[in-house]
Design a protein around this ligand. Structure first.
Ligand SMILES: C[S@@+](CC[C@H](N)C(=O)[O-])C[C@H]1O[C@@H](n2cnc3c(N)ncnc32)[C@H](O)[C@@H]1O
Ligand SMILES: [Zn+2]
Length: 135
């Protein structure tokens, strides 16, 4: 199947979502599962790296440029009512389920206030929670 990936124990699929592409699960994901890692090139603030939507800050000075083809975690969208969180030991970011996620559901996590204010808020958040507030 096109855009289908098996990562560890989970079959995932990249497809169109509420904000461009998104990452979906094809099977059940138990709560507390480490689903995949957000990978890419480690870069430092002092390198004056161009700010793109795929930069993930790991601390005040260091970030991961996730804009690499192997990093399918880059397609996970932000939600104000997420089903995952991004966490990990220093310099690494893992996507972990915070709920049971059912087949065909989209994976989401909260991007955090800084990213939200810079990249999401200006155009409006399109997550399920914010959309339901509008209707
Ligand atoms: C890491 S990318 C996620 C994948 C992206 N949808 C794509 O197709 O490449 C983050 C970008 O997706 C969009 N995005 C993610 N979550 C969103 C949301 N809840 N509301 C609006 N745009 C969102 C924004 O353009 C954001 O800068
Ligand atoms: Zn929202």
């Amino acid at each position: 199947m096109k855009n289908k990936f098996v990562v560890g124990n989970f079959a995932l699929k990249v497809r169109k979502s509420f904000a461009g592409k998104g990452l979906f699960t094809l099977g059940f994901i138990p709560k507390g599962s480490c689903i995949l890692e957000y990978t890419g090139k480690m870069v430092e603030e002092k390198d004056h790296y161009k700010d793109t939507k795929y930069l993930f800050w790991t601390d005040k000075k260091t970030m991961i440029d996730g804009n690499v083809p192997s990093n399918i975690a880059r397609f996970i969208n932000h939600s104000c009512r997420p089903n995952c969180e991004a966490d990990g030991p220093k310099g690494r970011v893992y996507i972990i389920s915070t709920k049971v996620i059912k087949p065909s559901e989209e994976l989401t996590y909260d991007y955090g206030r800084e990213y939200f204010n810079k990249h999401i808020k200006p155009k409006g958040c399109r997550c399920i929670k914010c959309k339901s507030k509008l209707s």
